[in-house]
Design a protein around this ligand. Structure first.
Ligand SMILES: NC(=O)c1ccc[n+]([C@@H]2O[C@H](COP(=O)([O-])OP(=O)(O)OC[C@H]3O[C@@H](n4cnc5c(N)ncnc54)[C@H](O)[C@@H]3O)[C@@H](O)[C@H]2O)c1
Length: 264
């Protein structure tokens, strides 16, 4: 019987996390919840201006965060982000693979390079960060948590034009299950969160979307049973649950957080 209180279960103060794509949107929602739970958090993002600002703003509120400019599709930069985390904070306990792109391009207009770029950033990065982070976690011998951000599109296509994206997100879900199997012997859990309809800069928050993307978003909104878009913090809260002892008996699972959109 576990005797930890609820607040102890959610306390991450002995943990260090990396969140890829943590400069804005869902990633920043996750970074903020982890920092509030006491974790040291490294934001690994290729947007240097937004990443440095996010870290500076959080540190001004008393939290412990750092930023490293990282293109998640470049192996040397992935390894550098993991090395930076260990040299800055001494450990790595939580790895969140969140960075992703979702260009809308029909297959008949898609080049091989278009397809490959989406796999490089969305899927191949998850392999590279999992390998580098797990190597550190195994060496530490204290287990760890890996959390992969998939999408409702890992389960069901949301619209035409997202074939490369859907391939990458189905790929992450498959990789999540197999890496959970392989890493369980090291007490490293691997789980996924499948968001749907979260209002972020990439999904159009605060910017004028190109017409094709606007149409996708409008059709998507009409299908959401809760009749609103989600907030990045609504993914941050679930990511906190998966990083904490609250989820101690979970590995190889995917939690859908989509306002019910998969029901419609
Ligand atoms: N917003 C949604 O409704 C939604 C739904 C399902 C899944 N998701 C997934 O959630 C994740 C975050 O989405 P979001 O809506 O917050 O996106 P966003 O575009 O608002 O933010 C993405 C962040 O990732 C960073 N990034 C992009 N490419 C990168 C690269 N090569 N290297 C490092 N950083 C990079 C960007 O700089 C940005 O800070 C993505 O994996 C996305 O597929 C989002």
């Amino acid at each position: 019987m576990n005797t930890l209180s609820n607040s102890q279960l959610l306390d991450l103060s002995t943990n260090t996390a990396i969140v890829t794509g943590g400069a804005m949107g869902i990633g920043l929602g996750i970074v903020t919840r982890y920092a509030q739970a006491g974790a040291k958090v490294v934001i690994a993002d290729f947007n240097a201006e937004a990443g440095a600002k996010a870290s500076t703003d959080l540190n001004a509120q008393g939290y412990k965060t750092a930023f490293i400019k990282t293109d998640v599709s470049v192996e040397a930069e992935v390894n550098a982000a993991v090395d930076f985390t260990v040299s800055t904070y001494g450990e790595l306990n939580i790895m969140v693979n969140n960075a992703g792109i979702y260009p809308t391009v029909p297959i008949m207009q898609m080049s091989y390079n278009d397809f490959e770029k989406v796999q490089d950033i969305n899927l191949n990065s998850v392999f590279m960060f999992t390998k580098a982070a797990a190597a550190v976690m195994i060496k530490q011998g204290k287990g760890g948590k890996i959390i992969n951000i998939t999408s409702v599109d890992a389960l069901h296509p949301s619209s035409v034009g997202l074939a490369s994206y859907d391939a990458s997100k189905h790929g992450i879900w498959g990789f999540t299950k197999n890496s959970a199997l392989e890493l369980s012997v090291h007490h490293i859990s691997v789980n996924a969160i499948a968001p749907g309809g979260i209002l972020t800069p990439g999904a159009g928050a605060g910017v004028e979307l190109p017409p094709a993307m606007k149409e996708v978003m409008e059709k998507f909104l009409a299908k959401i049973p809760l009749k609103r878009l989600g907030d990045p913090d609504e993914i941050g809260k679930v990511a906190l649950f998966l990083a904490s002892d609250m989820s101690s008996y979970m590995t190889g699972s995917q939690i859908v957080v989509d306002g019910g959109v998969l029901l419609s």
